[in-house]
Structures are given as structure tokens and as C-alpha cells.
Design a binder for this molecule. Sequence first.
Ligand code: ADP
Length: 165
Amino acid sequence: MAIEVLQADITRLDVDAIVNAANTSLLGGGGVDGAIHRAAGPQLLAACRVLNGCETGEAKITPGFNLPARWVIHTVGPVWHGGVRQEAQLLFNAYDNSFQLALTNGIKSIAFPCISTGVYRFPKTEAARIAIKAMQQYQDKFSRIIACVFNGEDLALYQKLLAEL
Ligand code: ADP
């Protein structure tokens, strides 16, 4: 199936799994992480506490609790340090490990936010290229893969990059 770009609040999406751009503590934060915890309810934090955090580039899964999505896949993207700390590889790993975890849990529809491009400051164009590259590799294994963008700038960026394929 084709990769979809959707400008939306990811917490509202009725898909099997939404991906959370979490931090290594998995204990919540700002941005999309905060929005997901607020919408899922306090049971999500309780479920995250027992996971003992998550390394950068890795992924862990919990139920979605009060979300329309059945699952939340928590992944940790890299903080941008100018590109000298394997940020590109780590960002790819975050997408790739999220997809792998989705496959092992029978997930068919999945939505991703623009991981690392908020407070973690990863350059948006390179981040979108990495996201799309990972999504393309899993296209035939999912019924829906959604790039959930939050603002018009990211919408235009993803539309442009997908049109270039
Ligand atoms: P990171 O720490 O990985 O940079 P952020 O949450 O700061 O994560 O930002 C990641 C992306 O998530 C940004 O593009 C931001 O605009 C977007 N975002 C914030 N809130 C939401 C939401 N409710 N739904 C979808 N995307 C969101």
C-alpha cells in the first residue's frame, strides 16, 4: 500500500498502532509524547514504568489504553548534535525497530510522527528522507503506513519527497 501523509493530531488516529517519539526514560515528556500520555490516560505511564526505559534507536510496546489506537510503540529518536553522533543511522533504527515490533505483534496499520524533528532538532528534510526510506521497506507488509505530520511545513515536505519517488 502507498505511504499516506496525514496532517493530524496522532492521538486521534484510529489505527492498530501509533508510534511515540519518546525519550529514553519512557516516563513522558513534551511534544507528541505529552499529547499521547494525556490522551491515553495514566495507565500508559504505569505500563511504561515497568519497561525500564529505552535506548536511542530501540522501540518498546504498550497498549493504547484510552486512545483509539490499540497499541503505542514507543521509540527514541536521536538528539541532533550536528550529525557527528550517528544520528542518521539511529533515526533509521528508530523507524526500523518500530516496524519490526509492529510485525511481531500482528499490527497492520501504523502511524508515525516526525520523530526527532521537534525539541531534538534533527533537520527536517533529512529526517523525512530517512522516514520515507524506512516506510518504503515495509510497504508491502502493512495495510496502512501513515506519516502523521502536525504542521503545514512538514505536510509540504513529505508531499514533495513522496512525489519525487
Ligand atoms: P522529538 O523530541 O523526537 O523531537 P517532539 O515531540 O518534540 O519530538 O516533536 C516531534 C514531532 O511531533 C514534531 O514534528 C511535532 O510538531 C510533532 N507533534 C507534536 N504534537 C503532535 C501530535 N499531537 N500529533 C502529531 N505530531 C505531533
